[in-house]
Design a protein around this ligand. Structure first.
Ligand code: ZN
Length: 461
């Protein structure tokens, strides 16, 4: 289906107007199902497969996998920035690039160490042995203890909707669904040149190039600047969506303030073209600079509001419902919460700065879940009444309440677990249909499928 840019803008405008109205009451990313789907379909335009001619000597391949890869053509060779996740998709991008230049690869640059940017390097080179640039701290990106790898892997599958059926799949917010990940990491080539903390200015294949250290989505991130034609490669510190300040697959604390500062530094360069790590390049000095300033301000605002709320004694639950983007920024197409989410960011900032305790002594040593469920059932008038309340909530499309009640029922020895599970599945699908935040939507749907297939243990339900 072809949708013109004007249609997309109109659509997003409508959807945002609706989303904002909804957010005021719910602080979430829930809208009417048809609008949620239209918004996600419109966002799809950001990663349709194509090679974008950025300038006379810069090309960016969008949509060949989840992330972007770029080629800079110099006098006697080319420079590749980021290499996709595995050699198969990288080979397709490399072939598309060869239509524009068949010069040898002189250098490969990794903007950061996330797998979707580094795993396809081998596909770009023949017999050449190019220099491979990365930061000194390259590889420190994840920071999640390997001990929890098993559960992180499951949550990753849910966040990205890796096992969803074609009819359930939309996209991943800043990347298409159903990328081929079977050879992920197989083309990785280790860095040979470490960019120091002070950055680096050099000339490669006759192209002046600057490496700026810029911690953000990862601590080992840098952004790349071409002073001659004023092109900025942002890596994953910018893409068209509210940034993923926390990933629900599970991440260590992402330094939100550094991210905001790195984006502000990028804005100071006043780029003529901004090439993101995902989604389409943005053109025009005024536009690109304004976009970066807005992005930096949005992150900073969420951080500042959260810190203010923390110092007022507010809990993460309260703050997640209160903090919102300033009015001026809410309707910007590049700040819609397709990938990152403001409430998730608020909770991450709270936990990152203070840990799990919300300061309320009630939560210091709360009731054990089974005992709490028993009391809630008593309060409802018995397990049967609790079950009826749960089903009434589902019938009223009060999905979040239905989910909470189904979770209580799972702990009750006389609870009808089968019924509760069925309600949970339906409530998750109800929430998913209204959700335009892709990770939330994918997670709800994936979890519902897992529950339905019986693969989740009693512990999970
Ligand atoms: Zn990425």
């Amino acid at each position: 289906m072809h949708v013109s840019t004007r249609t997309v803008c109109l659509l997003l405008g409508l959807a945002v107007a609706f989303g904002v109205a909804s957010r005021a009451a719910n602080a979430d990313t829930q809208v009417e199902p048809t609008i949620a789907l239209k918004m996600l379909n419109a966002q799809q335009q950001q990663f349709g497969q194509q090679v974008v001619k950025v300038t006379d000597n810069v090309y960016t391949a969008v949509g060949f996998h989840g992330a972007n890869t770029s080629m800079i053509v110099g006098t006697d060779g080319v420079i590749i920035i980021d290499t996709l996740k595995g050699p198969t998709s990288a080979a397709k991008a490399a072939e598309a690039f060869r239509k524009y230049s068949d010069k040898p690869v002189k250098a490969i640059i990794y903007t950061h160490s996330h797998g979707d940017h580094i795993g396809g390097a081998s596909a770009f080179i023949g017999d050449e042995r190019p220099d491979i640039y990365a930061t000194e701290s390259f590889g420190s990106a994840e920071g999640v203890n390997k001990a929890v790898a098993p559960v992180k892997a499951k949550r990753n599958v849910r966040q990205f909707g890796r096992k969803l059926s074609p009819s359930e799949s939309t996209n991943r917010g800043v990347a298409p669904a159903n990328t081929d990940d079977s050879d992920g990491g197989k083309g990785f080539l280790a860095p040979t040149v470490k960019v120091p903390d002070s950055g680096l200015k050099t000339t490669i294949a006759g192209v002046e190039i600057e490496f700026h250290i810029g911690p953000g989505e990862t601590d080992d991130a840098m952004f790349i600047w071409l002073p001659q034609n004023q092109v900025l490669f942002a890596g994953d510190n910018f893409y068209s969506s509210f940034p993923n300040l926390y990933a629900i697959r599970g991440t260590a604390y992402r330094d939100v303030l550094s991210w905001s500062e790195s984006v502000a530094k990028m804005a100071e360069l006043k780029p003529h073209v901004l090439v993101p790590g995902h989604t389409m390049p943005i053109r025009g000095e005024q536009t690109a600079t304004a976009v970066l300033n807005d992005y930096s301000e949005a992150i900073r605002s969420v951080y500042d509001q959260t810190v203010r709320g923390i110092n007022e004694g507010k809990s993460p639950d309260q703050l997640a419902h209160e903090v919102e983007l300033p009015k001026r920024l809410k309707d910007k197409p590049y700040l819609i919460e397709f990938y990152g989410s403001v409430p998730h960011a608020v909770r991450a900032i709270y936990a990152g700065l203070l840990g799990w305790f919300d300061g309320n002594p009630t939560t210091l040593s709360p009731l054990e879940p089974k005992l709490k469920a028993k009391h809630i059932a008593e309060l409802a008038g018995g397990t049967q009444e609790l079950t009826e309340q749960m089903e009434a909530a589902l019938a009223k499309q009060d999905y979040k309440w239905a989910l909470e009640l189904s979770d209580y029922l799972k702990w009750l020895h006389d609870g009808d677990k089968k019924r509760a599970r069925k309600v949970k599945i339906e409530a998750l699908r109800g929430l998913a249909a209204r959700e335009y935040n892709a990770p939330n939507r994918n997670y709800y749907l994936s979890y519902a499928n897992e529950l339905e297939s019986g693969q989740l243990s009693e512990l999970w339900f």
